[in-house]
Design a protein around this ligand. Structure first.
Ligand code: GCW
Length: 679
């Protein structure tokens, strides 16, 4: 039975006999340069990886022989002749080279880097090449991450519940830390390092301030010590009112001298324990959380307060732009832009603003957030959600890198055509000094870490895209499938196709044609387009679809909320004009009559029904594909995925029927003939 615990680090024997023979010849021995803890990790990984893949004992040599050898060595320690073969000019401190060298003196594969962490990343890349059965002849790889901070955000509470977590409880056992180091912490760090993730915020952005007390900081230090050899830095959420709650002060006003001193002292206390602590992640003045506005101050005041405390230690503040206030009754999509953009250029240089991919909240599809490209002087970090709060939890199969890719490739037009979100995030659009991408983790205590076996692909894909935001989601799916299951083309081809289509399927059966936020309240699972009884208007789905006897959709053009004006003029025109607005955003930006004619000549009403049906049919196709995959997957995981797909089909129909029946009370039109009648 394979319960999925090993994730994509599946090192089972290479089943192609001739390839196995070739690898065994090329990799007869291994030389790994001496060093500290990270070098030990590399040795262990090679022992495990080569031992498993080649099914033979791995022979480590004390010295390089350069003959049929794998050599892992720091660039500075290479001999002159090897140095001339690799040019470190373009390598960042985390980058690496992998090169097969065959000349008179050498017959070897070389992994080299400026730092030990670079060597570790190179080692994982090298093992992936073997996992994917690629030839070593002529191999030349040069990789450097395009984004500096590549981090997971855990929404884990100290009581081990996980906000929006669907894979069991928090993996941090605060009760037994710091003395008990669960093997999972080590395997977690290893998995993250294998895809280049270099930061983790351990605690929920809604958590209380307790984690900053000495008692908990000891526990955090224990985790930081485990993670360090893997290049994984620890960050903590900082509750803005912590000076009151755990510091005994009367205020948390960011301009108050005692408050300023408290944060300085607290920060120093953390760095004394964890010298490479990453910094603070903050949710302030959003959904009732405390923040500088409680004292008549601004986000700028709050972020700069913490930035000053962190500066001497080279830490950063990651200040979230997900501000969602009960005091603002304009279109919720506009709030963040209005609160942050005017202060562009005034933030300290160790502040990053972390912006969700879309302006509402992790919906199956949203246009990109208008802040991207609109703050040229401030580093904007991307926040993706890996856990599927609005996408069927850990029950539905939805391959998220497809969604991430769509956002990253979106053109903001802020510096003319080609100003993609990826260029904002990697800093190249405005020459940013520090850059970052965060993903809200989908990890829990479940045996396979993520609940749904395919949820692992979202963690994997997030890491790969944080390393290189220009990667293609299909390539990533293929890597993940080969490294997790098998290289058999009869498996990889169809399952990759299924994964790539799964994102459009969920959009179709939940929120087609630009509809959004029609989820049942609170838990956000299943349809609730009729919900209309909550005290704040924008908590109710009716606020977002605005269905009435006339039609449906949210007018965000000048005649409506005018949120569209927050985008570059090119997009204002494109999305504002019904001729040019892509149909996937139609009802995001426009309120249209039920009989509005779509591009294919059908009415909007028919179009909705057809999309809902398409979503259901796509899940049906996924089930068929998966059934055929039985010969390639262990029974345990095959069965798990089959059962989950069964639920997904039932629930796709539930969405279709619930939404169409509800909307029919307004449209008063018959269902299109393409749509199966509600059951
Ligand atoms: O999507 C909403 C979620 C909240 C979450 C909030 C946020 C952590 O429903 O659970 O709180 O976003 O991102 O701060």
């Amino acid at each position: 039975m394979d319960n999925g615990y090993n994730l994509w680090l599946n090192y089972s024997k290479i089943d192609d006999a001739s390839l196995l023979e070739t690898y065994r010849n090329q990799l007869q021995t291994v030389f790994v340069t001496d060093g500290g803890a990270t070098m030990d990790v590399i040795k262990r990984e090679l022992d495990r990886g080569l031992g498993g893949l080649l099914q033979q004992e791995v022979r480590f040599e004390p010295n390089p022989t350069f003959q049929n050898q794998l050599i892992v060595s720091r660039y500075a320690e290479l001999g002159e002749d090897l140095r001339t073969l690799v040019d470190p000019a373009d390598l960042t401190s985390e980058g690496y080279f992998i090169r097969t060298i065959e000349n008179k003196k050498h017959r070897m594969v070389l992994i080299t880097a400026q730092t030990d962490i670079g060597l570790l990343y190179g080692t994982f890349h090298f093992l992936r090449i073997l996992q994917m059965h690629q030839a070593l002849d002529g191999l030349q790889v040069m990789e450097s991450p395009k984004v500096d901070i590549r981090m997971l955000n855990h929404w884990d509470n100290l009581d081990r519940t996980v906000e929006r977590g669907y894979a069991g409880f928090s993996i941090w056992n605060w009760h037994t830390l710091p003395d008990y180091i669960d093997q999972r912490y080590i395997d977690y760090a290893r998995a993250n390092a294998s895809i280049g993730i270099n930061g983790t915020a351990l605690t929920n952005v809604n958590a209380n301030g307790l984690v900053l007390t000495p008692h908990y900081l000891e526990k955090v230090k224990a985790l930081a010590d485990v993670f360090r050899p893997y290049g994984l830095k620890v960050y903590l959420t900082a509750r803005f009112s912590a000076p009151i709650e755990i510091g005994g002060l009367k205020t948390a006003d960011p301009l108050d001298a005692d408050v300023i001193q408290w944060w300085k002292d607290k920060t120093k206390e953390i760095y004394d324990l964890i010298p490479d602590f990453g910094g603070f992640l903050v949710k302030a003045n959003s959904e009732g959380q405390p923040g500088p506005q409680n004292y008549g101050r601004t986000h700028l005041d709050g972020a700069n307060l913490l930035a000053d405390a962190l500066k001497p230690h080279e830490g950063v503040v990651i200040w979230r732009a997900f501000v969602y206030s009960e005091h603002d009754d304009t279109d919720r999509a506009k709030q963040a832009y209005s609160e942050f953009v005017p202060d562009d250029g005034k933030y300290r240089d160790n502040v990053l603003i972390q912006v969700k991919n879309g302006p509402i909240d992790f919906q199956p599809r949203e246009p990109f957030h208008p802040m991207f490209g609109a703050m040229p002087k401030t580093p904007l970090m991307m926040e993706f959600q890996i856990t599927k709060e609005y996408l069927g939890f850990a029950t539905h199969l939805v391959y998220l890198p497809k969604l991430f890719e769509e956002v990253l490739r979106s053109d903001t037009y802020q510096k003319g055509k080609g100003s993609t979100v990826a260029k904002v995030v990697d800093g190249s659009l405005n020459h940013k000094k520090v850059t970052g991408m965060a993903g809200v983790a989908n990890i829990g205590t479940d045996a396979n870490w993520t609940g749904h076996p395919f949820g692992q692909a979202d963690w994997y894909g997030f890491g790969r895209l944080a390393w290189d935001p220009y990667l293609d989601s299909g390539t990533i799916a293929e890597e993940w499938l080969r490294c997790t299951f098998t290289n058999n083309e009869n498996f990889v081809g169809p399952v990759k196709k299924m994964m790539l289509e799964s994102r459009e399927a969920v959009v179709n059966y939940m929120n087609p044609l630009g509809l959004h936020h029609m989820f049942d309240t609170g838990h956000h699972y299943g349809p609730g387009p009729w919900v209309d009884n909550l005290s704040r208007p924008e908590w109710n789905p009716v606020y977002y679809h605005k269905a009435d006897d006339e039609g449906i959709g949210f007018d965000r053009t000048k005649t409506g909320s005018d949120a569209l004006s927050q985008y570059a003029p090119e997009l204002g025109e494109k999305f504002g004009n019904l001729e040019t607005c892509p149909e996937e955003y139609l009802l995001w930006f426009h309120h249209l009559p039920w009989d509005y004619q779509l591009k294919n000549g059908r009415t909007l009403w028919d179009g909705l029904g057809i999309k809902y049906q398409q979503g259901v049919d796509q899940v049906g196709d996924m089930i068929k594909t998966w059934e055929d995959m039985k010969p390639f997957v262990d029974e345990y995981r095959h069965n798990q995925v089959s059962m989950l797909l069964g639920i997904q089909l039932k629930e796709a129909k539930w969405w279709r029927d619930a939404c169409m029946l509800y909307f029919q009370t307004y449209s008063k039109m018959d269902f299109p003939k393409e749509m199966e009648k509600p059951e």
